[in-house]
Structure formats: C-alpha cells, structure tokens
Ligand binder design. Sequence first.
Ligand code: MRU
Length: 366
Amino acid sequence: MKINGKHYRTIWFDDTEEAVFHIIDQTKLPFEFCIQDVSTSDEAVRAIKNMTVRGAPLIGATAIFGLYLAVNESYSFKNPSGYLQKQAQKLIQARPTAVDLEKSVRLFLSRIGDIKNQDSLKHSARQFALQYAEQSVEQCLKIGQNGLPLIKNIFEKKKKEVNILTHCNAGWLATVDYGTALAPIYLAHQEGVPLHIWVDETRPRNQGSLLTAFELSHENIPHTIISDNTGGYLMQNGMVDMVIVGTDRTKLSGKVANKIGTYLKALAAYDNQIPFYVAAPSTSIDFENEDFIIEKRSAEEVRKIKGKYGNKIINVLISNESSPALNYAFDITPARYVTQLITERGCCLPEREEILKLFPEKSHGF
Ligand code: MRU
C-alpha cells in the first residue's frame, strides 16, 4: 500500500547486500518514517520482540527472513544445523500469541532445514522467504476480495456510507501488504463504495490511533479515531454497520485470540445485532490444538504513553506513580460472537467442520 503516494511493502530484501533485509520501524510511526536494516538473525528476533514489526502475518514473515540470515550465519559455526535450530527457537519465543510465528518457523525447518549443500541451502532459504512473503500478500488480497461483498451488501441495502468499526491494526502494516481486516476496506474504497471507519485507539500501545489511522489517511479513507470505550455507545445508536477485526490465533473451535479489547467489541456487537467479522488468513489459524498463550507485556506500557512533543517522540507517565498495572496484550472471543471468518478461501462460520471444508488438507493438523 502507499505512503505519500509511494508503494511500500513492510519487508523486503536489500537490492545489493545479500544478507540484509529492510523493515519499516513501526515503533516510530506515524511521527517518523524510518526504514531499518536487519543484517543478523538476532536483530530479526529483537525486531519482533520490541515490536519494530508487529501483526501476526508480518512477524511470521520476519521470522522467515530472519531464518534466511541465520542460514548465512550458520557456516561460521562448528554445528550449522544446531545454530539454525537455536535461532529458530529464539524466533518462536520472541512473541507467544500469534500462531503465524511458530508455524512459519516450523514450515521453514521442515522444507529447508535438511538441505546439506551450503549453496543450495542458502538459495532455497532465500527463495522460500520470497515465496512466503508473496503468498502472504496473495492471501491478504483474497481476504479483501472475499470480504468485499459483505461491505457491498450493506451499501446496497443502506444506499449510504458504510460505517465499519475496527480494533487494533490489522492493515497492511500488520502483514506484508494489504492487511487482513483492512483488505476488504481497501478494495471497497477502490470500487467507490462510500465508507467511514471507526478506529479504536487500542490502548495501551495505540496501534489503532497510530497505525490504522496512518494507513487510512494515506489511502484517503474517511475515518475517526475513538477511545476504546466508545464502540458500544456507537453501536447502540446505529452508528456502526459492521465490525471487522484481525486475529493472532484462531482455533478450529472458532475461538479468536486478538488484541485485548476485541472480546468487549464482540459482546457489544452481539447485543446490538451488528455483524462481527474476523479476517483470518490460514497462517493465523491454529489447526493443531486448542491452547492459547496470552502474552503479558510490561506494565510500563499501561502506566506511560508514547507521543510526540515538539520534534521528539517521548514517553510520559499517565498514572499514579506508585500504582502497579497489568498488561495482557490479547483476549479470546468465543465463537458464538463471531458472525463469520473471512479467509483467503472464502467466508465461513467459526466452526470446525466449516473451517475444514475450506481447508480440507488441514484435517490432520497444521
Ligand atoms: O501486538 P500486535 O500489534 O502485534 O498485535 C497484533 C495485531 O495487530 C492485532 O491483534 C491484529 O488484529 C492481528 S494481526 C493482523
């Protein structure tokens, strides 16, 4: 998608330096646009951990690009495959909730890990990273195409602008391109459907007010930032036609882990008979088990807020200094509150049989 009219993806290899890739530093957006070089697999781990990159599909892709760097590094170690395994584990452990991360790493190891010849291992690892990124873009585009009729249907009935509420950032910055929840919105806008997006601020890290709003303004899509507690009131007053959110891990049972606060939006939508859609690429569906690990992050993210003061990005204390804070980063929305999942293969009810009808090859897991 575009920044100031120029097309970007969120991750790409350097044109000249073989063992370098680039990412957009999302901790500085929207105040500063900085491209960061990543030249070691440890730097890739750090970029995921400190949320320089974030969003389930993008951290999956970053891990694969990081593994390519790990392959390059591995030959200066006595036991290259042991080194690769160690870096793979570090990447998996960088963030626990998004299933894309462990799935992408395991996929890489199962496809590439056993190649013995050094040159073909390097070549295959790079090709795999490029293909993974490309597939991720295609999945998001298809989610956009599959979600588009849902928006158009509302417009055809209403004949007025469609008001969509979204939580956190599930736009192109959370993926390689297009986004998940925002992909249908981008396509609807391109087709001339009048839209207005309610952007949940998404405390504590404000991915909504910082990143989603940034994306939408660069695509000229009308939007309004709201505090996280506003959605229920808007829904009660007929100001929301549909909700679309992303997901970090959706189970075959239809339970959806997504950014903290998603569950409350789903409850409010259910109470007001407003459709609640979850845009879920198959990389974010956990076909294997029903456990969730909910990431607990630093309390400082709740106690302080980041913003721009003059020319500087600073952190300001916004709570009583001596009070503790608690910071769960994700919550789980039960399937009964989810109208449909929007996947790259189509839309379905959030139920095991329905999900597996779209992904029959996953009947035996992963
Ligand atoms: O903590 P983050 O910023 O990595 O959170 C992930 C998200 O952006 C959202 O939960 C999103 O809805 C899922 S990723 C498309």
